[in-house]
Design a protein. Structure first.
Length: 159
């Protein structure tokens, strides 16, 4: 029998405090060992929130750690080297992504986005930009979404 704990941790900086410590304590595993393993596996996502799953075999106290990809918004912010998006995305544009950066984020999130094609995944990432107050190629992200849907970027997306 196993127990699964899901949490969102800072990449490479998980600690024995909440939410992990209190959840792992009753399972009887070495919390320091689990935290060390999580930090090792999430080090590449430093500065971002990363979803993780810790699966503990209750009979042997062995554990497995599965690391998800950070939220799309966190990857967009990392591409822009920013801390947060706009508080008023309709009126305040706080950053500008290139189409190449959007495609990079879409590729990183390939397994967790709903879109089945690259074009659909890029549309999803552009949608995230709309809600964060981030333009694409110097244009409002909503306008870029329309152009992508109309096929304006098909040549770039299909290459």
């Amino acid at each position: 029998m196993s127990e699964t704990i899901e949490a969102l941790v800072d990449g490479g900086k998980a600690s024995a405090g909440p939410p992990l410590g209190p959840a792992l304590g009753p399972l009887g595993v070495n919390i320091g060992e689990v935290i060390g393993a999580i930090n090792e596996k999430t080090r590449a996502f430093s500065g971002m929130k990363v979803p993780i799953k810790v699966i503990v075999d209750l009979s042997t106290k062995k554990f497995e750690i599965r690391v998800g990809t950070p939220p799309t918004s966190a990857l967009v912010l990392k591409e822009l080297s920013m801390q947060k998006g706009s508080g008023s995305p309709r009126t305040d544009i706080v950053g500008d992504l290139t189409m190449e950066q959007i495609m990079n984020v879409a590729d990183m999130k390939r397994d967790s986005l709903l879109g089945t094609t690259k074009k659909e995944r890029v549309l999803e990432v552009a949608g995230t930009c709309v809600s964060m107050g981030i333009s694409v190629e110097g244009r409002p992200a909503k306008e870029i979404q329309k152009l992508i849907a109309q096929g304006e970027y098909d040549e770039v997306l299909l290459s």
